[in-house]
Ligand binder design. Structure first.
Ligand SMILES: Nc1ncnc2c1ncn2[C@@H]1O[C@H](COP(=O)(O)OP(=O)(O)OP(=O)(O)O)[C@@H](O)[C@H]1O
Ligand SMILES: [Mg+2]
Length: 458
Protein backbone atom coordinates (compact mmCIF):
# COMPACT_ATOMS: atom_id res chain seq x y z
CA UNK A 1 0.00 0.00 0.00
CA UNK A 2 1.21 3.47 -0.82
CA UNK A 3 -0.01 7.02 -0.42
CA UNK A 4 -0.93 8.44 -3.81
CA UNK A 5 -1.31 12.17 -4.34
CA UNK A 6 -3.82 13.02 -7.08
CA UNK A 7 -3.54 16.57 -8.45
CA UNK A 8 -6.35 17.66 -10.78
CA UNK A 9 -8.41 20.81 -10.76
CA UNK A 10 -11.58 19.17 -12.06
CA UNK A 11 -13.40 17.81 -9.08
CA UNK A 12 -15.16 15.00 -10.90
CA UNK A 13 -11.96 13.71 -12.42
CA UNK A 14 -10.08 14.02 -9.13
CA UNK A 15 -12.71 12.10 -7.19
CA UNK A 16 -13.04 9.40 -9.83
CA UNK A 17 -9.30 8.85 -9.84
CA UNK A 18 -9.12 8.72 -6.07
CA UNK A 19 -11.92 6.18 -5.90
CA UNK A 20 -10.24 3.90 -8.42
CA UNK A 21 -6.83 4.15 -6.76
CA UNK A 22 -8.34 3.59 -3.31
CA UNK A 23 -10.13 0.48 -4.58
CA UNK A 24 -6.68 -0.92 -5.48
CA UNK A 25 -5.76 -0.65 -1.81
CA UNK A 26 -3.86 2.62 -1.67
CA UNK A 27 -4.38 5.67 0.47
CA UNK A 28 -5.26 8.71 -1.65
CA UNK A 29 -4.65 12.42 -1.15
CA UNK A 30 -6.72 14.64 -3.44
CA UNK A 31 -5.41 18.11 -4.33
CA UNK A 32 -7.29 20.64 -6.47
CA UNK A 33 -4.28 22.77 -7.27
CA UNK A 34 -0.57 23.31 -6.77
CA UNK A 35 -0.77 25.15 -3.44
CA UNK A 36 -2.81 22.35 -1.97
CA UNK A 37 -0.41 19.83 -3.48
CA UNK A 38 2.63 21.49 -1.88
CA UNK A 39 0.95 21.37 1.51
CA UNK A 40 0.00 17.70 1.07
CA UNK A 41 3.58 16.76 0.13
CA UNK A 42 5.01 18.56 3.15
CA UNK A 43 2.48 16.84 5.42
CA UNK A 44 2.26 13.31 4.09
CA UNK A 45 5.31 12.40 1.94
CA UNK A 46 3.38 10.54 -0.80
CA UNK A 47 4.90 7.50 -2.54
CA UNK A 48 3.43 8.29 -5.96
CA UNK A 49 1.95 11.37 -7.61
CA UNK A 50 -0.61 11.62 -10.41
CA UNK A 51 -0.35 15.10 -11.92
CA UNK A 52 -2.58 16.83 -14.46
CA UNK A 53 -0.69 18.88 -17.06
CA UNK A 54 -3.11 21.79 -17.37
CA UNK A 55 -4.12 23.24 -14.03
CA UNK A 56 -5.91 26.45 -13.16
CA UNK A 57 -3.21 27.73 -10.83
CA UNK A 58 -0.14 26.64 -12.78
CA UNK A 59 1.52 24.42 -15.31
CA UNK A 60 1.97 20.71 -14.55
CA UNK A 61 5.22 20.45 -16.49
CA UNK A 62 6.77 23.31 -14.52
CA UNK A 63 5.52 21.71 -11.29
CA UNK A 64 7.07 18.41 -12.38
CA UNK A 65 10.43 20.21 -12.59
CA UNK A 66 9.90 21.58 -9.09
CA UNK A 67 9.00 18.12 -7.78
CA UNK A 68 12.06 16.51 -9.35
CA UNK A 69 14.40 19.27 -8.25
CA UNK A 70 13.41 19.66 -4.64
CA UNK A 71 9.91 18.89 -3.42
CA UNK A 72 9.93 15.13 -4.01
CA UNK A 73 12.90 14.10 -6.16
CA UNK A 74 12.50 10.37 -5.54
CA UNK A 75 8.75 10.11 -5.94
CA UNK A 76 7.50 8.73 -9.29
CA UNK A 77 5.18 11.19 -11.03
CA UNK A 78 2.54 10.01 -13.50
CA UNK A 79 1.44 12.83 -15.79
CA UNK A 80 -2.08 13.02 -17.14
CA UNK A 81 -2.13 14.61 -20.59
CA UNK A 82 -4.98 15.21 -22.97
CA UNK A 83 -5.04 12.73 -25.82
CA UNK A 84 -2.86 13.73 -28.76
CA UNK A 85 -0.91 16.38 -26.89
CA UNK A 86 2.41 14.99 -28.07
CA UNK A 87 4.53 18.08 -27.36
CA UNK A 88 3.51 18.04 -23.74
CA UNK A 89 3.94 14.30 -23.50
CA UNK A 90 7.51 14.57 -24.72
CA UNK A 91 8.16 17.48 -22.37
CA UNK A 92 6.78 15.42 -19.48
CA UNK A 93 8.97 12.44 -20.23
CA UNK A 94 12.03 14.63 -20.71
CA UNK A 95 11.24 16.30 -17.42
CA UNK A 96 11.58 12.98 -15.65
CA UNK A 97 7.97 11.83 -15.39
CA UNK A 98 7.64 8.15 -14.53
CA UNK A 99 5.02 7.70 -17.21
CA UNK A 100 2.05 9.51 -18.66
CA UNK A 101 -1.54 8.53 -19.14
CA UNK A 102 -3.93 10.11 -21.56
CA UNK A 103 -7.33 11.53 -20.86
CA UNK A 104 -10.02 10.30 -20.96
CA UNK A 105 -8.60 7.72 -18.57
CA UNK A 106 -8.40 4.05 -19.22
CA UNK A 107 -8.72 3.15 -15.53
CA UNK A 108 -7.23 -0.37 -15.58
CA UNK A 109 -4.21 0.97 -17.49
CA UNK A 110 -3.89 3.87 -15.07
CA UNK A 111 -4.01 1.52 -12.09
CA UNK A 112 -1.38 -0.71 -13.66
CA UNK A 113 0.83 2.35 -14.09
CA UNK A 114 0.31 3.33 -10.46
CA UNK A 115 1.29 -0.20 -9.39
CA UNK A 116 4.44 -0.06 -11.48
CA UNK A 117 5.33 3.34 -10.03
CA UNK A 118 4.80 2.15 -6.47
CA UNK A 119 6.87 -0.96 -7.10
CA UNK A 120 9.56 1.14 -8.72
CA UNK A 121 9.78 3.27 -5.61
CA UNK A 122 10.09 0.21 -3.39
CA UNK A 123 12.80 -1.18 -5.64
CA UNK A 124 14.69 2.10 -5.50
CA UNK A 125 14.65 1.91 -1.71
CA UNK A 126 15.61 -1.76 -1.61
CA UNK A 127 18.47 -1.79 -4.13
CA UNK A 128 21.65 -1.91 -2.13
CA UNK A 129 24.15 0.79 -2.93
CA UNK A 130 26.31 -0.65 -5.65
CA UNK A 131 29.90 -1.03 -4.51
CA UNK A 132 30.75 1.09 -7.52
CA UNK A 133 28.31 3.87 -6.73
CA UNK A 134 30.75 5.96 -4.72
CA UNK A 135 33.75 5.19 -6.86
CA UNK A 136 34.92 7.62 -9.50
CA UNK A 137 33.34 6.72 -12.83
CA UNK A 138 35.74 4.96 -15.16
CA UNK A 139 37.00 7.39 -17.74
CA UNK A 140 35.30 7.36 -21.12
CA UNK A 141 36.68 4.58 -23.25
CA UNK A 142 38.32 2.66 -20.46
CA UNK A 143 38.06 -1.09 -20.32
CA UNK A 144 35.95 -2.72 -17.65
CA UNK A 145 36.13 -6.24 -16.30
CA UNK A 146 37.60 -8.19 -13.42
CA UNK A 147 36.61 -11.71 -14.47
CA UNK A 148 39.37 -14.28 -14.81
CA UNK A 149 38.98 -14.07 -18.59
CA UNK A 150 39.52 -10.28 -18.57
CA UNK A 151 42.44 -10.48 -16.15
CA UNK A 152 44.17 -12.63 -18.73
CA UNK A 153 43.48 -9.89 -21.28
CA UNK A 154 44.93 -7.17 -19.00
CA UNK A 155 48.13 -9.16 -18.75
CA UNK A 156 48.55 -9.41 -22.50
CA UNK A 157 47.78 -5.69 -22.89
CA UNK A 158 50.53 -4.93 -20.41
CA UNK A 159 52.96 -7.14 -22.21
CA UNK A 160 52.04 -5.68 -25.59
CA UNK A 161 52.36 -2.11 -24.29
CA UNK A 162 55.89 -2.67 -23.12
CA UNK A 163 57.04 -3.95 -26.50
CA UNK A 164 56.96 -2.76 -30.07
CA UNK A 165 55.98 -5.88 -31.96
CA UNK A 166 52.78 -6.28 -34.00
CA UNK A 167 49.64 -7.36 -32.15
CA UNK A 168 46.63 -9.24 -33.48
CA UNK A 169 43.35 -8.79 -31.61
CA UNK A 170 40.59 -11.29 -32.28
CA UNK A 171 37.12 -11.68 -30.78
CA UNK A 172 33.48 -11.48 -31.71
CA UNK A 173 31.87 -8.23 -32.70
CA UNK A 174 31.42 -5.79 -29.84
CA UNK A 175 33.90 -7.43 -27.46
CA UNK A 176 36.08 -4.32 -27.24
CA UNK A 177 38.83 -4.91 -29.81
CA UNK A 178 39.21 -1.25 -30.65
CA UNK A 179 39.28 -0.31 -26.96
CA UNK A 180 42.04 -2.84 -26.38
CA UNK A 181 44.06 -1.40 -29.28
CA UNK A 182 43.70 2.08 -27.79
CA UNK A 183 44.66 0.80 -24.34
CA UNK A 184 47.84 -0.78 -25.72
CA UNK A 185 48.72 2.49 -27.43
CA UNK A 186 47.92 4.60 -24.37
CA UNK A 187 50.15 2.49 -22.13
CA UNK A 188 53.01 2.26 -24.60
CA UNK A 189 56.00 4.55 -25.02
CA UNK A 190 54.25 5.86 -28.15
CA UNK A 191 51.32 7.30 -26.18
CA UNK A 192 52.12 10.87 -27.19
CA UNK A 193 52.34 10.00 -30.87
CA UNK A 194 49.23 9.58 -33.05
CA UNK A 195 46.85 6.63 -32.87
CA UNK A 196 45.46 6.13 -36.37
CA UNK A 197 42.76 3.58 -37.16
CA UNK A 198 41.76 2.45 -40.61
CA UNK A 199 38.69 0.32 -41.12
CA UNK A 200 39.53 -1.96 -43.99
CA UNK A 201 36.02 -3.31 -44.45
CA UNK A 202 34.44 0.12 -44.78
CA UNK A 203 36.51 1.07 -47.84
CA UNK A 204 36.05 -0.03 -51.43
CA UNK A 205 38.87 -2.32 -52.54
CA UNK A 206 40.27 0.20 -55.01
CA UNK A 207 40.60 2.91 -52.40
CA UNK A 208 42.25 0.88 -49.69
CA UNK A 209 45.71 1.08 -51.16
CA UNK A 210 45.56 4.85 -51.54
CA UNK A 211 44.04 5.19 -48.10
CA UNK A 212 46.80 3.13 -46.49
CA UNK A 213 49.80 4.35 -48.41
CA UNK A 214 48.66 7.71 -49.77
CA UNK A 215 48.93 8.85 -53.38
CA UNK A 216 50.80 11.31 -55.55
CA UNK A 217 49.16 14.11 -57.50
CA UNK A 218 47.66 12.68 -60.69
CA UNK A 219 48.00 9.04 -59.58
CA UNK A 220 44.41 8.46 -60.68
CA UNK A 221 41.38 10.47 -61.75
CA UNK A 222 40.48 12.76 -58.93
CA UNK A 223 43.92 12.71 -57.34
CA UNK A 224 44.34 16.46 -57.63
CA UNK A 225 47.00 16.74 -54.96
CA UNK A 226 49.42 14.51 -53.09
CA UNK A 227 47.79 12.93 -50.08
CA UNK A 228 49.51 11.10 -47.24
CA UNK A 229 48.19 7.65 -46.31
CA UNK A 230 47.29 6.37 -42.85
CA UNK A 231 50.64 4.66 -42.53
CA UNK A 232 52.35 8.02 -43.01
CA UNK A 233 49.92 9.81 -40.65
CA UNK A 234 50.56 7.29 -37.90
CA UNK A 235 54.23 8.39 -37.99
CA UNK A 236 55.90 7.05 -34.85
CA UNK A 237 52.57 6.18 -33.23
CA UNK A 238 50.23 3.22 -33.57
CA UNK A 239 48.38 2.11 -36.70
CA UNK A 240 45.24 0.02 -36.14
CA UNK A 241 44.34 -2.11 -39.16
CA UNK A 242 40.74 -2.83 -38.21
CA UNK A 243 38.77 -5.67 -39.83
CA UNK A 244 41.95 -7.10 -41.32
CA UNK A 245 40.04 -10.31 -42.07
CA UNK A 246 38.25 -8.44 -44.85
CA UNK A 247 41.40 -7.45 -46.72
CA UNK A 248 41.75 -9.02 -50.16
CA UNK A 249 44.67 -11.32 -50.94
CA UNK A 250 46.60 -8.95 -53.24
CA UNK A 251 46.61 -6.27 -50.61
CA UNK A 252 47.58 -8.80 -47.97
CA UNK A 253 50.73 -9.49 -49.99
CA UNK A 254 51.48 -5.81 -50.26
CA UNK A 255 50.95 -5.33 -46.55
CA UNK A 256 53.21 -8.25 -45.74
CA UNK A 257 56.07 -6.54 -47.59
CA UNK A 258 55.56 -3.35 -45.60
CA UNK A 259 55.54 -5.30 -42.36
CA UNK A 260 58.78 -7.02 -43.31
CA UNK A 261 60.95 -3.95 -43.78
CA UNK A 262 58.68 -0.95 -43.19
CA UNK A 263 59.16 0.27 -46.77
CA UNK A 264 56.36 1.42 -49.08
CA UNK A 265 55.55 3.91 -51.85
CA UNK A 266 52.59 6.20 -52.28
CA UNK A 267 50.26 5.15 -55.10
CA UNK A 268 51.64 6.61 -58.31
CA UNK A 269 54.96 7.49 -56.68
CA UNK A 270 58.52 6.21 -56.79
CA UNK A 271 59.92 7.66 -53.59
CA UNK A 272 60.47 4.90 -51.03
CA UNK A 273 59.11 5.82 -47.60
CA UNK A 274 59.77 4.05 -44.33
CA UNK A 275 57.09 3.49 -41.74
CA UNK A 276 57.94 3.70 -38.04
CA UNK A 277 54.41 2.95 -36.88
CA UNK A 278 53.58 0.11 -34.54
CA UNK A 279 50.97 -2.11 -36.16
CA UNK A 280 47.96 -3.56 -34.39
CA UNK A 281 45.43 -5.55 -36.40
CA UNK A 282 41.92 -6.56 -35.33
CA UNK A 283 39.19 -8.76 -36.74
CA UNK A 284 36.13 -10.77 -35.76
CA UNK A 285 36.63 -13.22 -38.64
CA UNK A 286 38.54 -16.50 -38.36
CA UNK A 287 42.20 -15.88 -39.26
CA UNK A 288 44.21 -18.59 -37.59
CA UNK A 289 45.82 -21.04 -40.05
CA UNK A 290 43.90 -24.29 -39.97
CA UNK A 291 40.70 -22.63 -38.82
CA UNK A 292 37.80 -23.23 -41.17
CA UNK A 293 37.50 -20.36 -43.65
CA UNK A 294 40.61 -18.59 -42.35
CA UNK A 295 40.91 -15.18 -43.98
CA UNK A 296 44.59 -14.37 -43.68
CA UNK A 297 47.60 -15.63 -45.60
CA UNK A 298 49.50 -17.83 -43.24
CA UNK A 299 52.70 -15.75 -43.44
CA UNK A 300 50.78 -12.52 -42.80
CA UNK A 301 49.07 -14.12 -39.81
CA UNK A 302 52.41 -15.04 -38.22
CA UNK A 303 53.81 -11.59 -38.96
CA UNK A 304 50.85 -9.91 -37.23
CA UNK A 305 50.21 -12.30 -34.39
CA UNK A 306 53.55 -11.93 -32.64
CA UNK A 307 51.32 -11.13 -29.70
CA UNK A 308 47.74 -12.32 -29.98
CA UNK A 309 44.92 -11.03 -27.80
CA UNK A 310 41.77 -13.10 -27.93
CA UNK A 311 38.85 -11.25 -26.39
CA UNK A 312 36.33 -13.52 -24.67
CA UNK A 313 32.68 -13.17 -25.65
CA UNK A 314 30.55 -11.56 -22.95
CA UNK A 315 28.67 -14.81 -22.28
CA UNK A 316 31.95 -16.35 -21.17
CA UNK A 317 32.50 -13.66 -18.55
CA UNK A 318 29.08 -13.00 -17.12
CA UNK A 319 30.48 -11.90 -13.77
CA UNK A 320 31.57 -8.65 -15.48
CA UNK A 321 27.99 -7.79 -16.43
CA UNK A 322 27.02 -5.86 -13.24
CA UNK A 323 30.12 -3.66 -13.57
CA UNK A 324 29.49 -3.04 -17.25
CA UNK A 325 25.87 -2.15 -16.48
CA UNK A 326 26.98 0.33 -13.80
CA UNK A 327 29.41 1.82 -16.32
CA UNK A 328 26.69 2.10 -18.97
CA UNK A 329 24.43 3.87 -16.47
CA UNK A 330 27.10 6.31 -15.27
CA UNK A 331 25.74 9.21 -17.29
CA UNK A 332 22.08 8.24 -17.49
CA UNK A 333 18.98 9.17 -15.51
CA UNK A 334 18.45 5.64 -14.18
CA UNK A 335 20.89 4.69 -11.48
CA UNK A 336 20.37 1.02 -10.90
CA UNK A 337 18.84 -2.21 -12.16
CA UNK A 338 16.44 -4.37 -10.15
CA UNK A 339 17.64 -7.80 -9.09
CA UNK A 340 15.23 -9.54 -11.47
CA UNK A 341 16.25 -7.38 -14.42
CA UNK A 342 19.91 -8.04 -13.59
CA UNK A 343 19.22 -11.78 -13.55
CA UNK A 344 17.84 -11.49 -17.09
CA UNK A 345 20.80 -9.39 -18.21
CA UNK A 346 23.13 -12.02 -16.81
CA UNK A 347 21.28 -14.91 -18.42
CA UNK A 348 21.03 -13.47 -21.93
CA UNK A 349 23.39 -14.78 -24.63
CA UNK A 350 24.59 -11.33 -25.87
CA UNK A 351 25.44 -12.10 -29.50
CA UNK A 352 26.45 -8.44 -29.89
CA UNK A 353 28.55 -8.60 -26.70
CA UNK A 354 29.42 -5.43 -24.75
CA UNK A 355 28.21 -3.12 -27.51
CA UNK A 356 24.77 -4.73 -27.35
CA UNK A 357 24.71 -4.68 -23.54
CA UNK A 358 25.57 -0.98 -23.39
CA UNK A 359 22.92 -0.24 -25.98
CA UNK A 360 20.20 -2.29 -24.24
CA UNK A 361 20.90 -0.76 -20.83
CA UNK A 362 21.06 2.82 -22.07
CA UNK A 363 17.90 2.37 -24.07
CA UNK A 364 16.09 0.92 -21.06
CA UNK A 365 17.33 3.81 -18.91
CA UNK A 366 15.89 6.35 -21.32
CA UNK A 367 12.61 4.52 -21.78
CA UNK A 368 11.94 3.78 -18.13
CA UNK A 369 12.41 7.35 -16.96
CA UNK A 370 12.80 6.20 -13.37
CA UNK A 371 15.56 5.46 -10.90
CA UNK A 372 15.57 1.72 -11.32
CA UNK A 373 15.36 -0.29 -14.51
CA UNK A 374 12.95 -3.16 -14.03
CA UNK A 375 12.14 -6.29 -16.02
CA UNK A 376 9.36 -4.54 -17.94
CA UNK A 377 11.79 -1.94 -19.28
CA UNK A 378 13.90 -4.53 -21.06
CA UNK A 379 13.32 -5.50 -24.67
CA UNK A 380 11.05 -8.56 -25.16
CA UNK A 381 13.94 -10.63 -26.53
CA UNK A 382 15.63 -10.44 -23.15
CA UNK A 383 12.48 -11.21 -21.24
CA UNK A 384 11.69 -14.33 -23.24
CA UNK A 385 12.75 -17.39 -21.31
CA UNK A 386 15.98 -18.65 -22.75
CA UNK A 387 15.45 -22.34 -22.86
CA UNK A 388 18.11 -23.34 -25.32
CA UNK A 389 21.68 -23.54 -24.25
CA UNK A 390 24.35 -22.99 -26.80
CA UNK A 391 26.90 -25.74 -26.45
CA UNK A 392 28.07 -26.12 -30.00
CA UNK A 393 30.06 -28.84 -31.67
CA UNK A 394 33.61 -29.69 -30.65
CA UNK A 395 36.16 -27.50 -32.32
CA UNK A 396 37.11 -23.96 -31.62
CA UNK A 397 34.87 -21.88 -33.75
CA UNK A 398 34.60 -18.27 -32.66
CA UNK A 399 32.49 -17.73 -29.58
CA UNK A 400 32.38 -21.37 -28.54
CA UNK A 401 33.26 -21.14 -24.89
CA UNK A 402 32.98 -24.80 -23.95
CA UNK A 403 34.97 -26.54 -26.64
CA UNK A 404 38.42 -25.41 -25.58
CA UNK A 405 37.87 -26.14 -21.88
CA UNK A 406 38.68 -29.15 -19.75
CA UNK A 407 35.52 -31.22 -19.26
CA UNK A 408 35.31 -30.34 -15.56
CA UNK A 409 35.29 -26.60 -16.23
CA UNK A 410 32.82 -26.94 -19.09
CA UNK A 411 30.42 -28.97 -16.94
CA UNK A 412 30.69 -26.47 -14.10
CA UNK A 413 30.03 -23.58 -16.46
CA UNK A 414 27.04 -25.34 -17.97
CA UNK A 415 25.65 -26.08 -14.51
CA UNK A 416 26.07 -22.45 -13.45
CA UNK A 417 24.41 -21.24 -16.61
CA UNK A 418 21.42 -23.57 -16.17
CA UNK A 419 20.92 -22.41 -12.59
CA UNK A 420 21.08 -18.77 -13.67
CA UNK A 421 18.57 -19.43 -16.42
CA UNK A 422 16.17 -21.24 -14.10
CA UNK A 423 16.39 -18.40 -11.57
CA UNK A 424 15.85 -15.78 -14.24
CA UNK A 425 12.85 -17.68 -15.55
CA UNK A 426 11.30 -17.99 -12.11
CA UNK A 427 11.91 -14.31 -11.41
CA UNK A 428 14.33 -15.25 -8.63
CA UNK A 429 12.02 -17.75 -6.93
CA UNK A 430 14.31 -20.53 -5.72
CA UNK A 431 11.68 -23.12 -4.99
CA UNK A 432 10.41 -22.84 -8.53
CA UNK A 433 13.94 -22.83 -9.97
CA UNK A 434 14.77 -26.00 -8.02
CA UNK A 435 11.66 -27.66 -9.44
CA UNK A 436 12.58 -26.66 -13.01
CA UNK A 437 16.05 -28.08 -12.52
CA UNK A 438 14.72 -31.22 -10.89
CA UNK A 439 16.82 -30.88 -7.75
CA UNK A 440 16.02 -30.29 -4.08
CA UNK A 441 16.04 -26.78 -2.75
CA UNK A 442 18.97 -27.24 -0.32
CA UNK A 443 20.98 -28.68 -3.18
CA UNK A 444 20.22 -25.58 -5.24
CA UNK A 445 21.42 -23.34 -2.39
CA UNK A 446 24.67 -25.27 -2.13
CA UNK A 447 25.24 -25.01 -5.85
CA UNK A 448 24.41 -21.28 -5.89
CA UNK A 449 27.04 -20.76 -3.17
CA UNK A 450 29.51 -22.85 -5.09
CA UNK A 451 29.04 -20.80 -8.25
CA UNK A 452 28.81 -17.47 -6.48
CA UNK A 453 25.27 -16.83 -7.73
CA UNK A 454 23.48 -14.23 -5.63
CA UNK A 455 19.79 -14.88 -5.26
CA UNK A 456 16.79 -13.04 -3.96
CA UNK A 457 16.08 -13.64 -0.30
CA UNK A 458 12.73 -15.27 0.26
N1 LIG B 1 35.56 -4.24 -21.52
C1 LIG B 1 34.84 -3.16 -21.87
N2 LIG B 1 34.62 -2.18 -20.97
C2 LIG B 1 33.89 -1.10 -21.30
N3 LIG B 1 33.33 -0.90 -22.50
C3 LIG B 1 33.52 -1.83 -23.43
C4 LIG B 1 34.29 -3.00 -23.17
N4 LIG B 1 34.32 -3.74 -24.27
C5 LIG B 1 33.60 -3.07 -25.20
N5 LIG B 1 33.12 -1.92 -24.70
C6 LIG B 1 32.27 -0.96 -25.42
O1 LIG B 1 31.53 -1.69 -26.38
C7 LIG B 1 31.51 -1.03 -27.64
C8 LIG B 1 32.14 -1.88 -28.71
O2 LIG B 1 33.56 -1.96 -28.50
P1 LIG B 1 34.59 -2.00 -29.72
O3 LIG B 1 34.22 -1.00 -30.77
O4 LIG B 1 35.96 -1.91 -29.16
O5 LIG B 1 34.25 -3.46 -30.25
P2 LIG B 1 34.90 -4.30 -31.41
O6 LIG B 1 35.38 -5.57 -30.78
O7 LIG B 1 35.92 -3.47 -32.14
O8 LIG B 1 33.67 -4.67 -32.30
P3 LIG B 1 33.55 -4.87 -33.93
O9 LIG B 1 34.18 -6.18 -34.26
O10 LIG B 1 32.09 -4.89 -34.16
O11 LIG B 1 34.25 -3.71 -34.54
C9 LIG B 1 32.20 0.29 -27.42
O12 LIG B 1 31.23 1.26 -27.13
C10 LIG B 1 33.08 0.06 -26.22
O13 LIG B 1 33.27 1.25 -25.51
MG1 LIG C 1 35.87 -2.69 -34.07
Amino acid sequence: MATVLVIDDERGVREGLCRAIASAGHKTLPAGGLTEAREAIAREAPGCIVLDVRLKDGDGIAFLAELRAKLAPDVPVIMATAYGDSERTIAAMKGGAFDYVTKPFDLPALLATVERAVRQRELAKAVPQSPLAGAAPSPEGSLIGTSAAMLAVWKVIGRAASSDVPVLITGETGTGKELVARAIHAHSSRAREPFVAVNLSALPETLIEAELFGHEKGAFTGAVARRPGRVELAAGGTLLLDEIGDLDLTLQTRLLRVLQDGRYERVGGTEVLTSRARVIAATHKPVRPGQADARLREDLYYRLAVIEVELPPLRARRSDIPQLVAHALASSPAKAVSEEAMALLQAYAWPGNVRELVHVVQRAAVMCGAEVIDVGDLAPALRAPQTTIEVGAPGDGPGEPYASMPLRDATALLEKRMIELALAKSGGNRAEAARTLGIARPQLYTKMDEHGIAGRKE
